[in-house]
Design a protein around this ligand. Structure first.
Ligand code: PLP
Length: 383
């Protein structure tokens, strides 16, 4: 076992940046006040939240009052979708989303269907791209929300969200963007994106786990999904996670400050992975060839199981991911790959490598040496 994990699963989560930890530490110890308390210690906590909110609002180019801190990306998605749906029941009951969303969106829509809401799941092309015209065609008099992700977590395809947002705005339909995978690597200016709601999660950009962000354009009415105190302007009850909020804002700011240095390097590593692994016979890239997340290299290999590749990579100290999910004893192919028209058999052989700022050329060399042998060995075992 090598002495260091070659971590290539940054779409799952990232390591906390040491500078983010430093910014958070005082709020676990000396500055432990409850932000709702009016004495000095409490006011310090509230000041920390206020300045974190300013940092986030600056990057999103929005008002302070439009930022809500939540408990994770899933909560932001839930609050955006359920909050809008329940608040708009008098207007209609129709939601539009895509068939390749994260389960935080898909399962939320499915949950709402139990309470009388109806969802249109838009198809995607072979690259995993939503056609904005399909959004326009799906809108009816009872549509109350469109939710499309910024970039897909499995295959990295970047969706035409600004265009979808333009169509929604013209038809006066609120538009939610699940930007959890885009946060920290793609522009988040909510005005250029034509977003009305936008979800982020700090652990995807070297911030702490357990903190999400939801942007809600002024004037949008959301029904809160947690009842209790009046924190976060009544949108999200519960004593604020001050350290987490400070960490999320610090991480987001660092990510965008360092983007010009970090991204070209990551793109070069990604492209080496793609070119190298596509030389394996019976391999194909999944997702868009160019319009994809800077850190995402994802593939399907004929005649192998993605989970077997992962276990073999793990033995070499390499952490990666597959789209297939093991549920109740059987392996289900990814709903994303199936929606893209990839045959079930091929979808079982998916491998997702997602790079981060600590990865090196040597890491890529190790993967390029390891994967062809693993694929060949696994195919041999199948006979
Ligand atoms: N949306 C997308 C696109 C994601 O990739 C994820 C997590 O992987 C989530 C939502 C959920 O975020 P969290 O893990 O913070 O709940």
């Amino acid at each position: 076992m090598p002495d260091r994990t070659i971590y290539l699963d940054h779409a799952a989560t990232t390591a906390l940046d040491a500078r983010v930890l430093d910014a958070m530490l005082p709020y676990f110890t000396a500055e432990y006040g409850n932000a709702s308390s009016i004495y000095t210690l409490g006011r310090h906590a509230m000041q920390a939240i206020d300045s974190a909110r300013e940092q986030v609002a600056e990057i999103l180019n929005c008002r302070l009052t439009e930022i809500t801190f939540t408990g994770c990306g899933s909560e932001s998605d839930n609050l955006a979708i359920k909050g809008m749906a329940y608040a708009s029941q008098k207007k209609g009951n129709h939601l539009i989303t895509s068939s390749i969303e994260h389960h935080a969106v898909l399962h939320t829509c499915q949950y709402l269907e139990r309470f009388g809401f109806k969802t249109t799941y838009l198809p995607v092309d072979t690259y995993g791209c939503v056609n904005p015209d399909d959004v326009g065609r799906a809108i009816t008099d009872s549509t109350i929300l469109v939710s499309v992700m910024y970039a897909n977590n499995e295959v990295g395809t970047i969706e035409p969200i600004a265009e979808i947002g333009r169509i929604c705005r013209a038809r006066k339909i609120p538009f939610h963007i699940d930007a959890v995978q885009a946060g920290g690597s793609l522009p988040l200016d909510v005005t250029s994106l034509n977003a009305d709601l936008l979800s982020l999660s700090a652990h995807k950009f070297y911030g702490p786990k357990g903190i999400g962000i939801l942007y809600t354009r002024q004037g949008m009415r959301l029904l809160p999904q947690l009842q209790g105190g009046s924190q976060e302007r009544g949108r999200r009850a519960g004593t604020e996670n001050v350290a987490g909020i400070v960490g999320a804002a610090t991480a987001l700011q660092l990510a965008y400050e360092e983007l010009p240095q970090v991204m070209p390097r990551i793109i070069a590593l990604r492209d080496r992975l793609i070119t190298g692994l596509l030389s394996i016979p019976g391999s194909q890239l999944t997702g868009h060839p160019t319009n994809r997340l800077p850190n995402n290299a994802s593939f399907c290999f004929e005649g192998v199981e993605g989970e077997s590749i992962l276990l073999n990579l793990d033995l070499l100290g390499i952490a990666a991911s597959t789209g297939s999910a093991c549920t109740s004893g059987s392996v289900d192919p990814s709903h994303v790959l199936i929606a893209m028209g990839i045959p079930v058999e091929l979808a079982h052989g998916s491998l997702r490598l997602t790079l981060g700022k600590a990865n090196t050329d040597a890491d890529v060399d190790t993967v390029l040496t390891a994967v062809p042998g693993i694929v060949e060995k696994l195919r041999g075992l199948r006979g």
